[in-house]
Design a protein around this ligand. Sequence first.
Ligand SMILES: [Zn+2]
Length: 148
Amino acid sequence: MTGRPCPVDAGSSALAADFWETVAEARALHVQGCPKCSQAQFPPRLRCANCGSAVLEWWTAPSFGELVAVVVGAGEEARHRPARRFRALTPYATGLIRTEPWPLVRLPVVLLGPDVQGPDAHALGKVSVEIEDLGGVPTPIASRSPSP
Ligand SMILES: [Zn+2]
């Protein structure tokens, strides 16, 4: 697997910015892949967590996966203020998915609308993921619709 090089020499902030630029351009989530040992990791790091290599690439994640965790955010909570772009969307949920090529890697997603209401709000299982602009920020939105 090959992908766009990760700018690890520019530091953590530049790496995070490059991650979101890559997601926005490709309209897909990405993991950080290591060509030397073929391992994938997320969140992005300055070195491969497996072999220590500083030569890392962005690898495109599939547009579907399995939801393995859900946290529903609803209403106002003094200790937790949602990001401004989420405040008008309550209830919403954040979640983690795993995808087939990298079952040990977890990727963040957001769930909205009917997917976070009712008795199945915390249900796990197959989801599809699309990148949508939420408040001008590329955001991975997961839907519990059937996957391809
Ligand atoms: Zn490695």
